[in-house]
Ligand binder design. Structure first.
Ligand code: ZN
Length: 182
């Protein structure tokens, strides 16, 4: 659950970040920026600002902003029917992205959200700067985080079915509930 006032403020933050990063975005698109708290009600720590440029039944392109140390929780994109699962490319536009996949534990800069060690098993850290990109295989587990300066990235993918993504934290609900009275 996230308060409407926080959603509005976060949309303002997002549009400023996107413009700083050189993502053209119109004023009338601001209300379409999804403020996602993953049902955890701790948006500044685990959450994201997500602007969908296009999402069809075949592909999707989105801009995603994280404020300092904000974290997209560990997840993977499972097979759905005939589809082997979402294949996704992440490209950094602005700021520094700490990206985590399975492999040797090289975590140096990343910070596991407080008390959430059980939900963040990937500890192989990639430090990504503007122009760096990574392509994930379907079903490949990953999570990512802004460093202390915030980050803006593009994600390009095959069909996105966000509500079917799998998360390591069983408390996560991908659909954000907004409290319109606060
Ligand atoms: Zn993903």
């Amino acid at each position: 659950m996230i308060a409407r006032s926080m959603v509005n403020a976060a949309q303002d933050t997002a549009i400023a970040m996107f413009r700083e990063a050189g993502v053209p975005i119109r004023e009338d698109e601001k209300k379409g920026i999804a403020i996602v708290d993953f049902g955890l009600s701790r948006f500044p720590e685990e959450g994201m600002h997500l602007f969908t440029m296009v999402s069809t039944s075949r592909y999707a392109a989105k801009a995603l902003g994280l404020t300092p140390w904000q974290t997209e929780p560990e997840h993977w994109h499972p097979p759905v029917g005939e589809d082997p699962g979402k294949e996704e490319t992440v490209r950094v536009l602005w700021g520094t992205l700490l990206f985590f996949i399975d492999g040797e534990d090289t975590m140096r800069l990343g910070r596991i959200p407080e008390g959430k060690g059980y939900a963040y098993s990937c500890r192989h850290e990639l430090v990504m700067h503007p122009g760096d990109q990574i392509t994930l295989k379907p079903n490949q587990k990953h999570w990512f985080q802004a460093d202390g300066g915030g980050v803006v990235i593009y994600t390009f993918s095959s069909t996105a079915r966000d509500v079917l993504d799998c998360f390591s934290d069983p408390a996560i609900q991908r659909t954000t509930q907004i409290d319109e009275n606060s």
